[in-house]
Each structure stands twice: as structure tokens, then as C-alpha cells.
Design a protein around this ligand. Structure first.
Ligand SMILES: Nc1ncnc2c1ncn2[C@@H]1O[C@H](COP(=O)(O)OP(=O)(O)OP(=O)(O)O)[C@@H](O)[C@H]1O
Length: 763
């Protein structure tokens, strides 16, 4: 509802008219904004000036209901609030701006106050940076890093690593001089080409004025002048910028905390948690409860670290000269306590005797590093082997791959049941099988299929609990010994003083000087055999002592490395001892050698199951011992990764034009050649009585004929079509009949055989 009103008197408003506004409501609520003249000026009391005619104003208004009026009030209140907030914001901004200025002033004055200290710090960084550069330069010039490798390798007794580092120094020096020579040569060639031209230009310039020169020559000089000016300018800039740049770079270098100058900073390590340093070792040793050691520390003694704690593979190594009255054995005896003091498990802590009784070699594994297996066998999918270089066997505690030597090395592998002996032996033989010249004889003295996939690659193989296997293993030892004699003669005829079995000789098929590996699993069964044990032990000892030189080696595995089951001479003379988890110090020293347990080299600390596949080994590297995580090539639970490797090994043999030497003799009773045996035992006799023939057969091969009766003999003769004749009332077998039977049997084979003898692996 709208209404037109007369001259407004704001004090006299009808009740229901609370707000009257001009039609063109130009009055704004915003402060500072101009109100319209009608609203602001004309409606003011000044309008009542006497000289001014009072013009009645007409307002267009609206009569509001109380609710609408309340709403307008609220809106006005909100706008007033917003105006106040905006005003307050402006005040805060002003304060803040004045704050920033104050802060700037404070910071500037603080910086100025501390300027001398800051400059000193920067100078300090710069000096340190220059020092680091000098050290780096010196290290580079003197091959300090490689020399340190040589020193460490020498201390560790690692001849191979030492030789490698020394060779690297020589190679590096040669390359460096060659580079220098190349630079000098290039400079000389450039000087020879540019020098004369420059000399001519300088001379001409000195003798002639520019206007006297040909125009083009003067232009050349003009260009040269410009280039010269630019270069001069650049040089001036550089003379200022270079020192500044060097200063800035040296400050950055000085702030760098990464290892560079080795003795200024500790080597960076990812596994900071696992860090073991001399301080921790000293504290751990001080709390072992060893009387003389505790007294030494109490009296203020300081340990001498002949090798300071340093990263060594997956752990830390240190060598310590122990004080008077303390031996390394005493520390080794407290291994558990030492491990606890260092926050490690026993298996991760290896205190052993150094070069002398009073020198402690300590190697501590990084926490949890030994828990992982060795990973995939490097030759699983690809590759061949030079057995004279070694076979990948496992990872050392330092995390490096061990190339185990089979050539000239006899092995004794032992440990409690199910800890990985056969698997380790399998890995060694698998590696050897990938050298096409290697001949493998394998006997398993128990019912175990561990080596079944090897069959086609083996020249001799027998597996089982019965006596025939023991007999064949014994025969193999006898034959290996005879082979050794033969090789001795062949080797003696070779050039060289004295000639030595080598890769070169092994590669000559006619000589038969290739590596012959005779592996016997569960060998204690053979050595303890009541009929064949004594002879087997004697032959094994002779082979171990003398066979190496002729390329014949034994790899023996056993669950029971006691002196009753393994001859002492075998234990003493094998070069590589491998102990998986063992029960006691007797088994430990039986495998690793006398005194090893006392010296801290203990497979007793390996845990059944948990440390399956991990062994302590001696003789497989130049180090006193190795803790080895062996590679595992599975052959169990329907998983067979051995057969493909054997197939590859056979292909390698084929590619070299060889065949697997087949010396397989009588792997089962049925394969015994009865006729040949009869011919052998009849010898030069024309005929022998059947009773004599049977007796001689039993003597000849007890395993095969020991339980034969006359019926068995008769049946065998019938099968071979050899008649039993009568002579002076006795039943006899004639040599002539046996020979005829052999001829008739072999005839078809002989007629087929027109290809000549095949070259056999290694022969
Ligand atoms: N290097 C390894 N890594 C992982 N597991 C392994 C390793 N070696 C062996 N094993 C596991 O241990 C089991 C037993 O291994 P293996 O048969 O070689 O033991 P063993 O000591 O020869 O036992 P036994 O004395 O009974 O013949 C294997 O079936 C395998 O599961």
C-alpha cells in the first residue's frame, strides 16, 4: 500500500508508517558515499532557511508491517556490523604493517650484530671446503681409496681382493698417464697449427699501419680486434667472478657432510640403526665378566683397534689387540653375552681368534641381514662353468658370492638331518656338471632321490641302502685310485717342470686329465660298513691325500661326523669343511678341524630349521672361516629346477662333441654280466666243475653271487645257453662253451658298431 504525504515531519509519523524513503532511494548505507541531494541536503533542517522557499517534497513511501520493519532493522544492523568489521580490519592491517617494519628492523639489526660471527662461520665453511678439496685431490692423486682396499684385504687375509685392488691401481695409473699424454699431444698439434699463423699476424700488425694493408686484411684485423676486446672484457669479468664462484663453491663444499675426507666424517650408512663402532664394542667387551678385561678397563685402559670398526659386507668388522691376560678364545667363550651387549643374536656375532691368540677378529652382522636366503643360484637359467675357476655355492656373511673350488679341493659336508647337506652337495655337482669336461661319479648310501635328475649326466651312479651300493662305491674308490696311477703316468709325459693338471690339459680329450668328482652322500654308511668300510676308508684317505694333484677329488656328505663314522685322516686332510647346524663341539671340530670350536668358529650356534641352508665353512676362501648362506636349487614337492640345468649340461657336452663317460658298472644286480664273469673266473682252465665255478663267482663278486645256489647257477647257464657237461662223472662248464655264448650274444652288437669309438666326457 503506497500513499502520498505532505511536508514530512519525521517526528510525526503515523504509527504504521515507520520508514519513508524517497522513490529514488540514493541514500546509501556505506560510509563515505554521497547521499543524493534530495535525500541528504534538501531534507535537512537547513531547508528551513528564511531566504529559501520551502518546497514541499513528495516522498514515495511504503507503509511497512511490523515484521517487515523488523526485517529492515535487522538488515541495517547487519550492515552496521559489516562496516565495523571492515574498519577493524583496516586497523589490524595498519598495525600489522607497522609490525612488519618493526620485524624487518629487528632482523636487520640482529644480522648486523651477528655479522662477524656469520662471516666467520662462512669463512670456516670455506676453509673446510678447501680442505675437503685438497683431501679429495690427494686421494685421487695417490689412489688412497684403492690403497685402503689393499690394506684392508691384506689385514683380512683376502689375497684375491688384494691382488684385484693392486691391479686396479696399476690399470688406473696407466690410464691416467695415457690421458695426460693424449692432452699434451693434442695441445702440441694445436700449437703447431695456430702458432705460426698467430706469429705472422702479430708481425704484420707491428710492421704495417692498418691503412697500409689490403682492405680485406685490415678487416680481418678489425674482426680480431673485436674478438680481442670481447675476450678482454670476459677475462675482466672472470677475474672477479671466478674467485667469488670459488668462494661460494667452497662454502657449499664445506657444508657438505657426505663422506669425502674419510677421517672427517664417518662413512654414510643406510642402516644407521645397526651401526657398531669402537665405542660400542669396547663397552660390550667391558661387560663380558672376564676378570682381566674388566680390571684393564677399571684401571683406565684403552683397547687398541688394529683394524678400526669398518663396514665389511653386510656387517661390521674390527680387529682388536686384547690386553694382557686375555685371549680371543676367552672372548669367544662369552659369545652369547657379547651378542646381547651389542644388541645382536649369537649367529650375528662372530668373535674369532685372529693371527695371534691375543688378537680378536670381530665381525658383527647388520641386524636381520642373515635372515634372508642366498637368493637364486646364478646359473639357474643360463651360463656354463669353468670348474678351474669355481662353482657358485652361496653368499658369505659379507654378501659376496662364493665361487667354490672343486679342483684340488676335497670336501666334507656335515650337519644334523635336514639342514641342507644334500642340497649343498647338489649345488656343487650341478655347477660341476655345467663344465662339459667334468666327469661325475655319485653314490647315495641311502634311499634318497636327491640326485635322480643327475642320472643322464653321471658316469657312475648308485643309490640305496643295500650292500651293492656300498660295494659299487668301494669299487669306484678302487677305480679312482687306479685312475690316479694312470693319470700320474700321463701327466709325467706332459711338458712343464713339473707338469700340472690345468684347464689346458683338461681340455685335451685324449689325455683324460679332466676333473673327476667322486661324490658320496651319507658316507658314514660306507665307512661303517662291516665288509667294505675299512677298505673304503683307506682308499678315501689315499685319494684325498694324493688325488687332488691329478684332478680327482672327493665330495663327502654325512650326518654323523664323529671319529667312529669318519676316519680322522679324512677329517684332517679334506681342504673344505662345511658344517650346517651341528649338535656339539665334537661334530663341529670333526667337520671344521680341531680347535675350531674353541677359536669361536662354531656351527653349534646355527639353529635347526631356522638356519636351514646356512653353514659355517673353512677352506673355501682365504678367510679363516665363512658363514655361508648356500644357494638352493629345489628338487622337492613336485618342484624340480634341477632337471632343466642337467638338460643344459647335456647340451653343453653335445656342443663340444663329447659324450658322458659311461663307466656305469652294475648299478643293479641284473646288469651284472654273468657270462663275462664266468669267462673271467674260468680263466685259462679248459673246464671247471660247477661247484668250483660257483665258489669262484662268489669270491669274484660277493654282492652279486654271495647268496647264489646251484639252482641259480644252473638258471644263469640255461639263460646264457651254456650247457653243463659231464666229465669223469662231475658236472663241468667248458671255457669254450662260455666263449661261444659270449660271441653269439655280442655278434649283432658288433656288426652294428661301425661308427668308431665316441669321445667321452673328459676322455
Ligand atoms: N640353501 C637352502 N635354502 C633354503 N632351504 C634349504 C636350503 N638347503 C636345504 N633347504 C631345505 O632343507 C630341506 C632339507 O635339505 P637336505 O635334504 O639337503 O638336508 P640334509 O641335511 O641333506 O638332510 P638329510 O641328512 O636328512 O639328508 C630341503 O628340502 C629344503 O627344503
Amino acid at each position: 500500500m503506497s500513499t502520498a504525504l505532505g511536508t514530512p515531519d519525521p517526528h510525526e509519523q503515523p504509527d504504521n508508517v515507520r520508514h519513508l524513503r524517497p522513490v529514488t532511494d540514493t541514500v546509501t548505507d556505506a560510509p563515505g558515499r554521497q547521499s543524493s541531494p534530495e535525500a541528504a541536503g534538501d531534507a535537512s533542517p537547513a531547508a528551513g532557511h528564511p531566504s529559501l522557499a520551502v518546497e514541499p517534497k513528495v516522498f514515495d513511501g511504503q507503509v511497512l508491517t511490523p515484521e517487515q520493519s523488523a526485517e529492515v532493522d535487522r538488515r541495517l544492523a547487519r550492515q552496521a556490523l559489516q562496516r565495523s568489521a571492515a574498519a577493524a580490519g583496516r586497523v589490524v592491517r595498519v598495525i600489522a604493517e607497522s609490525d612488519r617494519t618493526a620485524r624487518l628492523k629487528a632482523v636487520t639489526s640482529y644480522r648486523l650484530r651477528h655479522a662477524p660471527r656469520d662471516v666467520a662461520t662462512l669463512l670456516g665453511y670455506s676453509v673446510r671446503g678447501h680442505w675437503r678439496w685438497a683431501v679429495k685431490g690427494w686421494n685421487w692423486l695417490t689412489y688412497a681409496d684403492l690403497r685402503s682396499d689393499v690394506r684392508n684385504a691384506r689385514l683380512a687375509g683376502d689375497a684375491e681382493a688384494r691382488r684385484t685392488a693392486q691391479q686396479m691401481i696399476r690399470d688406473d695409473a696407466r690410464a691416467r698417464w695415457a690421458r695426460l699424454a693424449a692432452v699434451v699431444r693434442r695441445a702440441a698439434v694445436t700449437g703447431a697449427a695456430v702458432g705460426p699463423v698467430a706469429a705472422v699476424l702479430v708481425t704484420v700488425n707491428a710492421l704495417l699501419e692498418r691503412h697500409e694493408m689490403w682492405t680485406w686484411l685490415a678487416e680481418v684485423y678489425g674482426v680480431l680486434d673485436v674478438i680481442g676486446n670481447v675476450l678482454r672484457w670476459l677475462l675482466t669479468v672472470l677475474l672477479v667472478a671466478f674467485p667469488v664462484g670459488v668462494l661460494v663453491a667452497s662454502v657449499f663444499e664445506g657444508r657438505d657432510k657426505t663422506p669425502g675426507a674419510g677421517f672427517l666424517v664417518r662413512p654414510d650408512r643406510d642402516d644407521a640403526d645397526s651401526w657398531i663402532d669402537e665405542r660400542m664394542i669396547t663397552a660390550a667387551l667391558a661387560h663380558l665378566g672376564i676378570g682381566p678385561l674388566a680390571k684393564f678397563f677399571k684401571d683406565g685402559g684403552q683397547l687398541t683397534y688394529t683394524v678400526p670398526a669398518r663396514v665389511d659386507g653386510d656387517g661390521t668388522y674390527a680387529q682388536i689387540k686384547l690386553p694382557m691376560g686375555v685371549t680371543a678364545d676367552m672372548v669367544a667363550a662369552q659369545r652369547g653375552k657379547l651378542a646381547a651387549n651389542l644388541g645382536r643374536s649369537s649367529l650375528e656375532t662372530w668373535p674369532t681368534k685372529g693371527d695371534e691368540d691375543g688378537v680378536l677378529d670381530l665381525w658383527v652382522a647388520d641386524k636381520g641381514k642373515l635372515a634372508g636366503g642366498a637368493g637364486e643360484w646364478p646359473l639357474l637359467a643360463d651360463g656354463s662353468v669353468d670348474v678351474f675357476e669355481g662353482v657358485p655355492f652361496g653368499l658369505t656373511q659379507r654378501g659376496t658370492v662364493i665361487n667354490a673350488m672343486l679342483f684340488e679341493s676335497n670336501w666334507l659336508i656335515g650337519g644334523r638331518p635336514g639342514q641342507g647337506k644334500s642340497a649343498a652337495m647338489r649345488t656343487l655337482l650341478l655347477g660341476a656338471s655345467l663344465d662339459p669336461t667334468v666327469e661325475l661319479w655319485t653314490f647315495v648310501m641311502g634311499e634318497s632321490p636327491d640326485f635322480e635328475p643327475f642320472r643322464p649326466r653321471l658316469s657312475r651312479y648308485a643309490m640305496g641302502m643295500d650292500d651293492t651300493v656300498a660295494e659299487q662305491a668301494l669299487q669306484a674308490l678302487r677305480d679312482a685310485l687306479a685312475e690316479m696311477e694312470r693319470r700320474g703316468k700321463v701327466l709325467g709325459e706332459q711338458p712343464g717342470k713339473p707338469p700340472k693338471t690345468s684347464r689346458k690339459l683338461a681340455d685335451k680329450p685324449g689325455l683324460g686329465l679332466h676333473l673327476l668328482v667322486l661324490a658320496i652322500d651319507e658316507v658314514h654308511e660306507l665307512f661303517q660298513h662291516k665288509t667294505y668300510g675299512a677298505e673304503a676308508a683307506e682308499l678315501a684317505v689315499r685319494l684325498i691325500k694324493r688325488g687332488r694333484k691329478y684332478g680327482i677329488v672327493l665330495v663327502l656328505a654325512t650326518q654323523s661326523p664323529t671319529k667312529e663314522s669318519i676316519p680322522r685322516e679324512v677329517t684332517r686332510n679334506v681342504s673344505c669343511g662345511v658344517a650346517f647346524a651341528v649338535a656339539d663341539h665334537v661334530a663341529n671340530d670333526g667337520l671344521l678341524g680341531a680347535g675350531k670350536y674353541k677359536a669361536g668358529i662354531r656351527a653349534t650356534d646355527l639353529r635347526m630349521k631356522t638356519d636351514r641352508g646356512t653353514c659355517v665353512a673353512v677352506g673355501i676362501t682365504d678367510n679363516v672361516f665363512e658363514l655361508v648362506r648356500t644357494f638352493y636349487v629345489p628338487f622337492e614337492d613336485g618342484r624340480d629346477e634341477v632337471t632343466p640345468v642337467i638338460a643344459r649340461a647335456l647340451r653343453l657336452i653335445e656342443e663340444t662333441g663329447r659324450t658322458v663317460a659311461d663307466h656305469t658298472t652294475d648299478t643293479t644286480p641284473d646288469e651284472v654280466d654273468h657270462l663275462a664273469d664266468m669267462a673271467a673266473v674260468i680263466g685259462d682252465d679248459k673246464r671247471v666243475r660247477t661247484a668250483v665255478l660257483l665258489r669262484r663267482l662268489v669270491e669274484h663278486n660277493h654282492g652279486e653271487y654271495g647268496d647264489w645256489t646251484f639252482q641259480d647257477l644252473k638258471a644263469a647257464l640255461d639263460t646264457a645257453r651254456v650247457p653243463v657237461r659231464k666229465s669223469d662223472g662231475n658236472s663241468v662248464v667248458r671255457a669254450e662253451d662260455v666263449a661261444t655264448a659270449i660271441t653269439e650274444r655280442d655278434e649283432p652288437a658288433e656288426s652294428d658298431d661301425d661308427t668308431g669309438p665316441a669321445v667321452t666326457a673328459g676322455i
